[in-house]
Design a protein around this ligand. Structure first.
Ligand SMILES: Cc1ncc(COP(=O)(O)O)c(C=O)c1O
Length: 317
């Protein structure tokens, strides 16, 4: 008599997404670009909002350059959502082999599923950059479920000095990839992801509701996202400074002990020097991010928002 239901699961391919662990997301990207069997060695298509700093370089762009790939850039809207028609026209031109979509600050790109369909039509590989989206990708939405490759920066979301992860949709793109930091799996599995996600959302919503009540909203600053979608877990809360000097506001708040973040204060030269992406350059001069991580004390948020409000007036344009 043949068994129709085994006592335990034995199919090693069922629901499997091969994963590799690194010291950083960029190391995972480099391993993919070096080792994967990318059939058509064309260009890598990236979003036109990629930061650079003298200390860190560019975590997104450096691996592309170092691995000898050509780079092209597509447009983004004011909320940093990918412009699908811009991606489509680049894919139609025929030289793109890999498309990178960044879920900025943990917000699911609304078109990620449509972009995957386009990539499939054109035979391109989709990389989802979830450097900011580790927790978002476990909330049941589209983020983290569409890319052939999904890249995570663990040290950005957990209290770790280093850590990156690459998860592949299947074994098809896996050949010689190797983990350089397998211990990251143990570190990350030692945290309660659901509790962290809940806390990050609670911090975000508390800061957002205080900001929304400020009379300076839409005069001296504006929110970049009108709401926090249920499937999203933020990395930070981005706002756009309309009046006042963003760098001075950043310095003043950090001097008061409020860990404001300025991730994309400078864009890589390839974008920064292009007139085509003037709106992204403008955004990089105005954006500032509030911390919403799991250690933020909800009681300290009133002080943070009061200090921000005061800075909007005290800091010269
Ligand atoms: C969107 C995005 N992707 C990837 C990276 C690279 O992350 P890591 O520092 O883990 O290499 C960064 C940060 O540098 C980032 O902001």
């Amino acid at each position: 008599m043949s068994t129709t239901i085994s006592k335990t699961a034995v199919d090693t391919s069922n629901f499997r997404s091969p994963s590799f662990y690194y010291r950083s997301a960029r190391e995972g990207m480099r391993d993919f670009l070096t080792e994967a069997d990318i059939e058509r060695r064309g260009d890598v298509l990236l979003p036109a909002f990629i930061g650079w700093s003298s200390r860190e370089g560019s975590g997104v762009f450096d691996p592309v350059r170092e691995c000898g790939f050509g780079a092209e850039f597509y447009d983004l809207g004011a909320t940093l959502a990918a412009d699908v028609s811009s991606i489509e026209s680049k894919l139609s031109a025929g030289s793109v082999a890999v498309v990178v979509v960044i879920h900025y600050f943990g917000r699911t790109d609304p078109s990620i599923a449509a972009i995957r369909r386009l990539c499939d039509q054109h035979g391109a590989i989709l990389i989802e950059d979830l450097a900011h989206g580790f927790f978002t990708s476990f909330q049941g939405g589209d983020a983290g479920s569409q890319g052939h490759v999904r890249l995570y920066s663990l040290h950005k979301m957990f209290p770790l000095n280093s850590g990156g992860m690459a998860v592949y949709e299947s074994d098809q793109l896996v050949s010689g990839q190797t983990s350089t930091a397998p211990e990251m799996a143990e570190r990350v599995l030692s945290y309660n992801w659901q509790a962290i996600a809940r806390k990050r959302r609670a911090v975000f919503l508390t800061i957002a509701s205080r900001l929304a009540a400020l009379p300076e909203k839409d005069q001296l600053f504006e929110m970049m996202w009108s709401q926090l979608d249920e499937v999203d877990v933020p990395q930070t809360l981005p706002v756009r400074i309309l009046g006042g000097n963003r760098d001075a506001i950043y310095e003043a708040l950090n001097a008061q002990g409020y860990g404001m973040v300025s991730l994309y204060h400078t864009l890589i030269r390839e974008i920064g020097e292009s007139d085509q992406f003037a709106s992204m350059n403008e955004l990089s001069r105005r954006i500032i991010n509030f911390p919403v991580h799991q250690d933020v004390d909800l009681e300290a948020i009133k002080g943070l928002v009061d200090a921000f409000q005061a800075c909007l007036h005290s800091v010269a344009v």
